[in-house]
Design a binder for this molecule. Structure first.
Ligand code: ADP
Ligand code: MG
Length: 331
């Protein structure tokens, strides 16, 4: 057998996932969400807090801030005093109840009189499960505080909402996303032009997890990251290409539009659902009347629904393009 010498070994690879590697661990490192951060800091100063609900889109700092709170309150012992549960993983509320019970039975370590239970994706719980959760929250209110996280607070029953202080997270703004990108570029020795940063920002809609995942995927391929690479790793077509498809369709060049659509989808490995979201964005850039735009947006919604229900995506996309062509004919 051959012995592998040091030189033959590949360079030790940095295997950390960037969304963890670059997760802020202090309030100061968190970008945006300024009002929320200020209020949370006040809770830390008082060494007390109510139940909290963090609501808003993905990748905006909800889990991050829950962990920052725990680190600030409990210091080194934070992991013993912080239980993270994911409502969509846990099979039923009974599992949640048992875990909460076990966790809440022992007293918090340190000078803070409560432990924290972080329940992620709480909007995945059924109404019945939420009723049970509400009772659990009441039962352990002296020894625990809950932080519920979700995308839509409206899916949470009123009695839980009224027990929590609600914080609404916003998608990160361009400035903040650029700072995050630039920080990572510096630490990972990457170079990136402004147009590539802009592309990454517009693809991600303020979802920082997505920003970091796409960046990491790109960095595995090149140290100099350009717009082209961003679009291909993000599996989105260039907005211009999508617009071209739609323009062909409304110019009555249906076959050309269809061929170009097929090209773009195969090129970027897009699903029907991926492309329909992009089409919907580009409708606003077409030179047709506002009334037509609204009609086309309505069609996008209908086609998306049919796809979600499982109908053939190529058939549906062609039907959608046909609508664009028809819309130009009945001027
Ligand atoms: N406000 C923010 N400031 C800085 N980084 C952020 C922010 N929000 C998200 N991130 C980055 O994105 C990753 C995922 O964020 P997370 O807090 O888990 O999002 P979610 O809101 O979905 O819980 C974090 O690890 C961090 O690297
Ligand atoms: Mg989260």
């Amino acid at each position: 057998m051959e012995e592998s010498s040091e030189e033959q070994q590949p360079q030790p690879h940095d295997t950390a996932i960037w969304i963890e590697k670059y997760r802020p661990s202090t309030f100061e490192e968190v970008k945006g969400q300024k009002e929320i951060v200020e209020k949370l800091k006040a809770f830390i100063r008082q060494r007390n807090m109510p139940h909290l609900m963090f609501t808003g889109p993905a990748g905006t700092g909800k889990s991050t801030l829950a962990i920052v709170i725990a680190k600030q309150l409990f210091g080194e012992n934070w992991k013993q005093n912080f239980l993270e549960l994911n409502a969509s993983d846990e099979r039923g509320i009974d599992v949640v109840r048992v875990k909460v019970k076990d966790f809440a039975r022992t007293k918090a370590i340190g000078d803070v009189p409560f432990k924290i239970i972080f329940l992620d994706e709480s909007d995945a719980l059924t109404r019945e499960a939420q009723q049970a959760l509400r009772r659990t929250m009441e039962n352990y209110t002296h020894t625990t505080r809950f932080i519920l996280s979700n995308n839509y607070s409206s899916k949470i029953i009123d009695p839980i909402q009224s027990r929590c202080t609600i914080f609404r997270f916003r998608p990160l703004e361009k400035n903040d996303v650029f700072q995050i990108i630039e920080n990572i570029c510096k630490k990972e020795s990457l170079t990136m032009e402004d147009n590539a940063k802009q592309a990454l920002f517009s693809i991600c809609d303020g979802d920082c997890r997505r920003v970091e995942n796409i960046l990491q995927a790109c960095a595995a391929i090149a140290k100099d990251i350009n717009e082209e690479l961003i679009f291909s790793m993000a599996s989105v077509a260039r907005p211009k290409e999508v617009l071209t498809i739609l323009q062909l369709a409304i110019q009555n060049k249906f076959i050309d539009a269809r061929n170009k659509l097929l090209d773009v989808m195969l090129n970027y490995g897009l699903s029907g659902l991926d492309i329909i979201k992009q089409i919907q964005k580009e409708v606003w850039n077409l030179s047709v009347s506002d009334k037509k735009k609204v009609e086309l947006i309505d069609k996008c919604g209908e086609i998306e629904f049919r796809m979600v229900e499982g109908s053939d995506e190529y058939v549906q996309l062609e039907a959608l393009l046909a609508q664009f062509t028809l819309c130009s004919l009945d001027k």
